[in-house]
Design a binder for this molecule. Structure first.
Ligand code: HEC
Ligand code: HEC
Ligand code: HEC
Ligand code: HEC
Ligand code: HEC
Ligand code: HEC
Ligand code: HEC
Length: 404
């Protein structure tokens, strides 16, 4: 009797374990069964995978494990002073990072870094609360190698109530599902009539992955696994077959600001779709409107004579979509010169620097650095706002004074 019981237990255990194995073998993408997940692309597209894996796109959002959080903690915990009694300290506790509020030396509240946004110029983080994410009051800025107020946050008092909504994830991640909870069905409906979104943590696909830009590719991957001799791509949209505007739209989805009226969720966009079906622009792209250097590369570029008159320039003219923007400014000059073999700079311009230097520095003068009007920040114990500086994508002739 005891023996059969043991045997039965073992049999049950084996079935249980193998079923677990089967489950973990088969990757299930939160976006649905049309999606294969980036890992499945490596075996056939190692080059693209390796460069994309190191790109800012893939780190546009990431779990906030200490390795993913920017900032040097070796010189002690970073501190932001609000007033003589109030300070916020970034601390590591049990392999997690926290922003901890102290009043008169006493801990008031501590919030854990859960998800990081960004790596290049700035990094901001969120904590979970009631099935939603909230931005932490301090962000890290690489231009000053320091922590400062998150964009739009006060520097005279701590603030923990800024919800980071699904919209942020629609440009910074590959998936997140939310559910609207109808508050009126709750008992205290008379208190809050607003519908509230609840984010399902398990549905997050971090960063901008292969299928965010290429569309669902499970069928493509399965076809090529079954037909290893077929060398022509099957069941996947080819960017080469798209019109110029379709190619631009695939990047403008996230690189043309956020002032449009949303018609459909950005998450539903697939390459080949028209952006106008997802959002209606509020601003005339060909007009003289001043677009911000942060987040609006498309509209700025679209105002350039190069873009308008060449009738072919798009983002891929200068960027490899699987890599970060090149830091080597001379490499862009080569691209400029591919269309501008015969530039005739005036004598006054030629006097400003040797011809050889001029030839490598097109970007320095024609895509100058500018301060963002949308993003500014404040350092601890500093009354002044610091600027957030990026290069403009409006290629033009700038007066010398604007160069900085
Ligand atoms: C079993 C092999 C295999 C797997 C797995 C695979 N692909 Fe492909 N893929 C191919 C082949 C073969 C081609 C055609 C030759 C080429 O362009 O490299 C191709 C081409 C492509 C192209 C170019 C299409 C074009 O015509 O411009 C894209 C984009 C692409 N794959 C994306 C993906 C993504 C994303 C994944 C993972 C979800 C993936 N592939 C998984 C074999 C595979
Ligand atoms: C789903 C939204 C989304 C799409 C689609 C998208 N991007 Fe981005 N892109 C971002 C975000 C967000 C960042 C900032 C990432 C970061 O630094 O955390 C970014 C960063 C970049 C960068 C700077 C990377 C660096 O560190 O130098 C370049 C260049 C870029 N994108 C080009 C493109 C091009 C070209 C396309 C179209 C082929 C495109 N992007 C499509 C959201 C998107
Ligand atoms: C930011 C958007 C973006 C992301 C993320 C992205 N791709 Fe691409 N990919 C493109 C664009 C745009 C092209 C077309 C490039 C061209 O025409 O020069 C392309 C081209 C390709 C091609 C055709 C060959 C080539 O290199 O031009 C393959 C294969 C490919 N991608 C696979 C992948 C895989 C695998 C991943 C994930 C590891 C990935 N891509 C991530 C935008 C993206
Ligand atoms: C319309 C798309 C879009 C939305 C919405 C959006 N972002 Fe971004 N974000 C971008 C792009 C594109 C960049 C990178 C290029 C730039 O700064 O122009 C970026 C850059 C950033 C960076 C700096 C990344 C780096 O590596 O330097 C942070 C941090 C960030 N965003 C956080 C957020 C947060 C938090 C929200 C929501 C409150 C948000 N973003 C909403 C598109 C978007
Ligand atoms: C795809 C071709 C192409 C590329 C690449 C290109 N341009 Fe142009 N650019 C043009 C055309 C066409 C014009 C318009 C010439 C005219 O009006 O006759 C132009 C105009 C200009 C002007 C005059 C702008 C004005 O407002 O009067 C400048 C400056 C310029 N380009 C600089 C650059 C720089 C710098 C780069 C590289 C970062 C570059 N271009 C890349 C095609 C290109
Ligand atoms: C004529 C060349 C050119 C074209 C076309 C172009 N870019 Fe860029 N891009 C640049 C240069 C130059 C930089 C700055 C590199 C640096 O300073 O390290 C840059 C940087 C970026 C960055 C990083 C922002 C930052 O300052 O770190 C993003 C994001 C970006 N480009 C997106 C786009 C998108 C989206 C398009 C298409 C709408 C596009 N670019 C078209 C030349 C170009
Ligand atoms: C020191 C700053 C500086 C650098 C570097 C520079 N330019 Fe210019 N560029 C100017 C100024 C100023 C003008 C307007 C006055 C003039 O024509 O000299 C101009 C005018 C132009 C024009 C419009 C006049 C024409 O001939 O059509 C083009 C195109 C142009 N530059 C392209 C380039 C390219 C391409 C490079 C890199 C090989 C470059 N510039 C490097 C400052 C610069």
């Amino acid at each position: 009797m005891a023996k059969t019981k043991i045997l039965f237990t073992i049999a049950a255990l084996v079935t249980f374990l193998t079923s677990c194995n089967n489950k973990s073998d088969e990757y299930i993408d939160p976006r649905g069964t049309d999606y294969a997940g980036s890992e499945s692309c490596i075996q056939c597209h190692q080059t693209q995978y390796e460069s994309a894996f190191h790109s800012s796109h893939s780190k546009a959002t990431a779990p906030a494990i200490p390795e993913n959080v920017l900032g040097d903690f070796s010189k002690g915990n970073p501190v932001f002073v609000y007033d003589k009694n109030t300070k916020l300290v970034v601390e590591e506790r049990n392999d997690s990072l926290y922003q901890v509020l102290y009043k008169n030396g006493k801990e008031m509240e501590a919030h854990r870094f859960e998800i990081v946004f960004g790596t290049k110029h700035a990094q901001t983080s969120v904590y979970w609360h009631n099935n939603n994410t909230y931005e932490l009051p301090l962000s890290y800025y690489t231009s000053v190698h320091s922590w400062a107020t998150s964009p739009g946050f006060p520097s005279d008092k701590p603030y923990f109530d800024r919800k980071v909504v699904k919209d942020c994830y629609s440009c910074h991640s590959s998936n997140i599902s939310s559910r609207t909870v109808d508050q009126s069905s709750r008992e205290n409906s008379f208190l809050t009539m607003d519908a509230e979104d609840i984010i399902n943590k398990k549905t997050i696909v971090y960063g901008i992955d292969c299928e965010r830009c290429h569309g669902p590719a499970k069928q493509h991957a399965e076809f090529h696994l079954k037909n290893p001799n077929v060398k022509v791509a099957n069941s996947i949209v080819s960017y080469q077959s798209l019109s110029r505007q379709q190619k631009l739209d695939a990047c403008a989805l996230c690189h043309s600001g956020n002032d449009g009226i949303k018609v459909k969720s950005r998450f539903e966009f697939k390459p080949g779709d028209n952006l106008s079906e997802y959002m209606r622009s509020m601003s005339d792209p060909s007009g003289t409107a001043e677009f911000d250097v942060h987040g609006n590369q498309y509209r700025l570029l679209a105002q350039s004579k190069c873009f308008i008159k060449s009738e072919k320039m798009d983002c891929i003219t200068c960027h490899n979509p699987h890599e970060n923007a090149s830091q080597n400014l001379a490499s862009y000059s080569k691209i400029c010169l591919s269309c501008h073999q015969e530039i005739k700079h005036s004598a006054a311009t030629l006097k400003t620097m040797p011809v050889s230097l001029l030839a490598n520095n097109c970007v320095e003068c024609h895509m100058t650095k500018k301060s963002s009007n949308a993003i500014r920040f404040q350092l601890s114990n500093n009354a002044e706002m610091s600027n957030y500086i990026l290069r403009t994508h409006k290629i033009a002739i700038y007066p010398k004074t604007e160069n900085k």
